[in-house]
Design a binder for this molecule. Sequence first.
Ligand SMILES: O=P(O)(O)OC[C@H]1O[C@H](OP(=O)(O)OP(=O)(O)O)[C@H](O)[C@@H]1O
Ligand SMILES: O=c1cc[nH]c(=O)[nH]1
Ligand SMILES: [Mg+2]
Length: 208
Amino acid sequence: MQVKVIDHPLIQHKLSLLRDKNTGSKDFRELLEEIAMLMAYELTRNLPLEETEIETPVARTRCKVLTGKKLGVVPILRAGLGMVNGVLRLIPAAKVGHVGVYRDPETLKPVEYYCKLPTDVSERDFIVIDPMLATGGSSVATIDMLKRKGAKNIKLMCLVAAPEGVHLVNEQHPDVEIYTASVDERLNDHGYIVPGLGDAGDRIFGTK
Ligand SMILES: O=P(O)(O)OC[C@H]1O[C@H](OP(=O)(O)OP(=O)(O)O)[C@H](O)[C@@H]1O
Ligand SMILES: O=c1cc[nH]c(=O)[nH]1
Ligand SMILES: [Mg+2]
């Protein structure tokens, strides 16, 4: 199983608060955004730097700045929207694409309904974001879509993953690195992650 678990104490603490069924939508949204920002810090660890020369109030010096590599963030609607602002706080120059995929509650298969990406897809590195990686169907469908449009370098960032979803993404897209705050035990008979945190979209938007 190829997956990077980000086990920073701040992320783990906030994730535990998110899992609690008594956490309401307002706190859920705030915590999710904070965790997304902390996870983005880890995902961007290897961004390329270049040297430049600047003048401090004291002396001229050489120092490092980002090369300006083009990045794209792609939330999977709806629940992925809850992570966008956290990621953009660290990489504000990233363009945001949107992919609409929902999981049919009977078949658990992904249903695609929207796709709007930056025009220069093939020039960007992408981070696909969604709090939940359950069967993996929605993430695989989104990555398929991005690759069909020309994306070559994609990372997947989710909050909670099931082993089943990690295996499917590894199998279908072995080049895509998965980052998560937790690999949980399993899926239940309805395809929900156990222990998980319930339906992420409904908890963010208060729809249930
Ligand atoms: O790995 P999978 O088995 O595909 O399940 C995960 C997907 O399910 C949830 O979305 P949902 O279908 O509930 O849509 P929503 O975000 O609009 O609520 C979640 O946000 C993922 O996109
Ligand atoms: O546990 C799960 C599985 C799919 N989608 C969710 O929102 N939660
Ligand atoms: Mg949902």
